[in-house]
Design a protein around this ligand. Structure first.
Ligand SMILES: NC(=O)c1ccc[n+]([C@@H]2O[C@H](COP(=O)([O-])OP(=O)(O)OC[C@H]3O[C@@H](n4cnc5c(N)ncnc54)[C@H](OP(=O)(O)O)[C@@H]3O)[C@@H](O)[C@H]2O)c1
Length: 291
């Protein structure tokens, strides 16, 4: 039986880990920790939480995730995504637990042609990416810790705040909208990543320590992602394709951040789903919950 300690249990991904565990009849226990119960910046509190959990696996879904705000709240982003990740890593090591930590495609600069492999050189172009990379480094510096850093991208779900829900709202508010069509990646249904996290937790003894990439399969631009959501929704809202230059944001984003998942599928045996399948699944879930 696997016992998991889950940080960030009230976030988008954390909540999906809990839902999927229940729906797939995960044969184990998940001990949840919310921000209110434990601020991961407090090392003593993290140590106490980890020590009392009796878990074999720590899953860290807690993070500072506001990409644009991180440009001005740089210190806070670094404290949570960088330093505090080190608190979790050291506590997991002290109690001989396997750590599954979620990181991001934004550790890359986006200049590569083709998909990024876990061992490719990192070079974040925004503060959020720099803070997440600092978290990865803190884990790697924890000697003797067994871990899987899982980099993912373009996460969405039928809950919380994300691109998928923003589009559905905009379709209802406007006749025309504009979406960037020159950044390429892969939309990833949080529920699919949640399944992968649970599998890694269950197979931790066979999973070698290191960095893994996980997203749904295929790739598209944000414009194509929006168009797929629109197709499912049957909206009459027109979507115009624009360039990044026409939609300036405080944080720069990589032009290409497609992830190479071959190591993940080989070592974990996880089968990837097409991103369009994720959109369909998410739309059905969202629609059913509104009925
Ligand atoms: N969303 C994406 O597109 C995306 C892409 C790539 C990677 N990721 C990574 O995926 C992971 C999950 O992201 P998500 O989208 O599920 O994020 P989310 O919805 O913003 O959830 C983040 C969670 O972290 C908690 N948290 C924030 N600061 C904390 C602190 N100091 N101490 C303890 N808990 C704290 C939040 O609690 P409160 O809400 O109560 O503060 C929330 O439960 C993160 O590591 C993120 O970097 C996300």
């Amino acid at each position: 039986m696997t016992r998991i300690l889950l940080f960030g249990s009230t976030g988008m991904l954390g909540r999906e880990v809990l839902r999927i565990a229940e729906e797939t009849k995960f044969e184990g226990t998940i001990v949840t920790v919310s921000h209110a119960e434990c601020d991961i910046r407090d090392e003593a509190q993290v140590e106490k939480t980890v020590a009392e959990s009796g878990a074999q696996v720590v899953v860290n879904c807690a993070a500072y995730t506001q990409v644009d705000k991180a440009e001005s709240e740089t210190e806070t982003a670094m404290e949570i995504n960088g330093k505090a990740t080190g608190n979790i890593a050291r506590a997991a090591k002290r109690h001989n637990m396997f750590l599954i930590h979620i990181s991001t495609d934004y550790v890359f600069d986006g200049e590569k042609e083709g998909a990024y492999k876990p061992e490719d050189e990192t070079n974040p172009i925004n503060e959020y990416g720099r803070s997440k990379l600092a978290g990865e480094k803190a884990i790697e510096a924890t000697t003797g810790l067994r871990y899987a850093i899982v980099r993912t991208q373009w996460l969405y779900s039928h809950i919380r705040k994300n691109f998928f829900l923003t589009m559905l709202r905009l379709f209802r508010e406007w006749e025309n909208i504009s979406v960037v069509g020159d950044q390429r990646g892969t939309p990833t249904l949080a529920a699919h990543l949640a399944e992968a996290i649970i599998k890694i937790a269950e197979r931790r003894d066979e999973v070698e320590t290191g960095i893994y990439h996980y997203s749904d399969s295929g790739s598209c631009t944000w414009y194509e992602f929006a168009s797929e959501i629109a197709k499912n929704d049957g909206t009459k809202c027109m979507i115009r394709e624009i360039t990044t230059e026409e939609y300036p944001t405080p944080a720069r984003r990589p032009k290409n951040s497609i992830l190479d998942k071959s190591k993940t599928t080989r070592i974990t045996g996880i089968a990837l789903k097409e991103w369009q399948e994720g959109v369909r699944e998410c739309y059905e879930k969202w629609r059913d919950e509104r009925r």
